[in-house]
Design a protein around this ligand. Structure first.
Ligand code: NDP
Length: 387
């Protein structure tokens, strides 16, 4: 029986994870669930999944959470605030943590989980993008184990399984990208947040949906893959595959290419990571090969989608560049979602910050957080110049 803490339980990944967990009551139980401000949704989930602890990130909501838990008839203990999130992530009662908070806000609890030697199921890609070195070192020191939740990295994990170290070091990773909602749309001047969030194949939270529309999501995934699989940028390729059936591939020295396929449903990689090295039912629909008309591939257009190039450049630059990229992107995406920045100004805003702010490599987590703060301030100034 595995005991689970789920960070970001009220989100898209959180709900998919709870769906898989509920299908296997003999295998999994919930210790703690967390959210940021969705008090009632969190209380309802805590009651339904009999969580021992519920944590709300917004410290001012503790009393509201306690009241909501009571309304839902839950015996769950209510906690609140940033320290309580990190405590839940490292609590000895859980052996598995699913990191599914969106953005750099998830960094501290994710790092706390990595430091506590648990199985860490990582969806929160921004955490590894801005502090990959610290996260990997923490896992190594604690004996913790990381399993990717992102469907592309799960696919690569599956394609690499059983491969010897020598073969692995000469392999090439091929990350597939749907291309997002604007793959074939030229005029992006008047794009609305709802249009940007209408992903053709996946239903996801709003931030990652916008990242998919700019291809920044793929860029963040390139950096994530470099950390997870210890690969240089030169051996990570991105290919547009609009059907989202192949979730990623690995090419070996002999020319063989291994691919992982499935319907676009995050319950598949979540079930893989929860049960690894076993396999369990996820609830995802099976692929119907008789209805797959075609699987097509094309190179990404780096001119129309410059964010992918920014991410490659940040990976190659190393040091603090990925943390700056991530913070500037988070600021610009939030500004776009709040209709304070046009879609077409997301990339220029990020570029200005990257050009002007190149701090030295962070030595510790406090420096990462400071770089994140500074980059957001600079992004605010860069965005103001555009509007
Ligand atoms: P959602 O926006 O749907 O959910 C985000 C979750 O994080 C919610 O539970 C939210 O709580 C919580 N949260 C937000 N801000 C904070 C904060 N400051 N402190 C604590 N908790 C916070 O996001 P997704 O589920 O789409 O994505 C989660 C992560 O998984 C992202 O990093 C994303 O890149 C990654 N991912 C997502 C995929 C998907 O299919 N959705 C696929 C692959 C990766 P509240 O509801 O209270 O706001």
């Amino acid at each position: 029986m595995r005991t689970i803490t789920l960070l970001g339980a009220t989100g898209s990944i959180g709900k998919s994870a709870l769906d898989v967990i509920a299908r296997h009551p003999q295998r999994y139980c919930v210790h703690a669930l967390t959210a940021n401000g969705s008090v009632d949704a969190l209380a309802e989930l805590a009651a339904r999944h009999r969580a021992a602890v519920a944590v709300i990130g917004d410290a001012s909501q503790e009393a509201a959470l306690r009241a909501a838990l009571q309304r839902h008839g839950a015996t769950t203990v209510a906690r609140a605030g940033a320290a309580a999130l990190a405590e839940a992530a490292s609590a000895p009662e859980a052996d598995t943590v699913i990191a599914a908070i969106v953005g750099a806000a998830g960094l501290m609890p994710t790092l706390a989980a990595a430091r506590s030697g648990k199985r860490l199921l990582l969806a929160n890609k921004e955490a590894i993008v801005c502090a990959g070195g610290l996260l990997v070192a923490a896992l190594r020191a604690s004996g913790g184990e990381l399993l990717p939740v992102d469907s592309e990295h799960s696919a690569i994990h599956q394609c690499l399984a059983g491969t010897g170290e020598t073969q692995r070091t000469s392999a090439r990773l091929v990350l597939t990208a749907s291309g997002g909602p604007f793959l074939r749309r030229d005029d992006l001047d008047d794009v609305t947040p709802d249009e940007a969030c209408a992903h053709p194949n996946w239903v996801m939270g709003r931030k990652i949906s916008v990242d998919s529309a700019t291809l920044m999501n793929k860029g963040l995934e390139v950096i994530e893959a470099a950390w997870l699989f210890d690969m240089p940028a030169e051996r990570i390729e991105v290919v547009i595959h609009p059907q989202s059936v192949i979730h990623s591939m690995v090419e070996y020295a002999d020319g063989s290419v291994m691919a992982q396929l499935g319907t676009p449903d995050m319950r598949t990689p979540l079930a893989y990571a929860l049960a690894w090295p076993e396999r369990i039912a996820s609830g995802a629909q099976r692929l119907d090969f008789s209805r797959l008309a075609a699987l097509t591939f094309e190179a990404p257009d780096m001119r129309r989608f410059p964010c992918l190039g920014f991410a490659y450049a940040a990976l190659r630059a190393g040091g603090a560049a990925s943390a700056v990229l991530n913070a500037a992107n988070e600021f610009a995406v939030e500004a776009f979602l709040q209709r304070r920045l046009p879609f077409t100004q997301i990339a220029p805003t990020i570029e200005r910050v990257l050009d002007a702010y190149q701090p030295p490599a962070p030595a510790g987590i406090e420096e990462v957080l400071e770089i994140d703060r500074q980059a957001r301030q600079r992004a605010a100034r860069a965005a103001a110049q555009h509007v």
